[in-house]
Design a protein around this ligand. Structure first.
Ligand code: FES
Length: 108
């Protein structure tokens, strides 16, 4: 079964991309050239430049952020929102098919 994730840019442009189970949402974005995901630290939870805002209907379907992710979510360049997550911490599973995330206007 194919898994697709949709990225919605700050200007409203949408891109739906194929994702592989076991990869992170951040890796999926980088592999598809989603430029709004910078991912400076490569997924080691030390940069907060992989900030995404998960659509409300999806937020409760994701595992909650770890303490370390919570701490880094205070470091995002764009203001933290209710659905804010660090996409390097979101692991793609078949259940996430159709996941929609917004990317902030800036990661710096
Ligand atoms: S890629 Fe650096 S915190 Fe997610």
């Amino acid at each position: 079964m194919s898994i697709e994730i949709e990225f919605v840019a700050a200007d409203g442009q949408r891109r739906r991309v194929a994702a592989k189970a076991g990869r992170s949402v951040m890796q999926t974005a980088v592999e598809h050239g989603i430029e709004a995901i910078v991912a400076d630290c490569g997924g080691t939870l030390t940069c907060a430049t992989c900030h995404v805002i998960v659509a409300p209907e999806w937020a409760a379907r994701l595992p909650p952020p770890s303490g370390d992710e919570e701490a880094m979510l205070e470091m995002t360049a764009a203001p933290r929102e209710a659905g804010s997550r660090l996409s390097c911490q979101l692991v793609v599973t078949p259940e996430l098919h159709g996941l929609t995330v917004r990317t902030p206007a800036t990661q710096f």
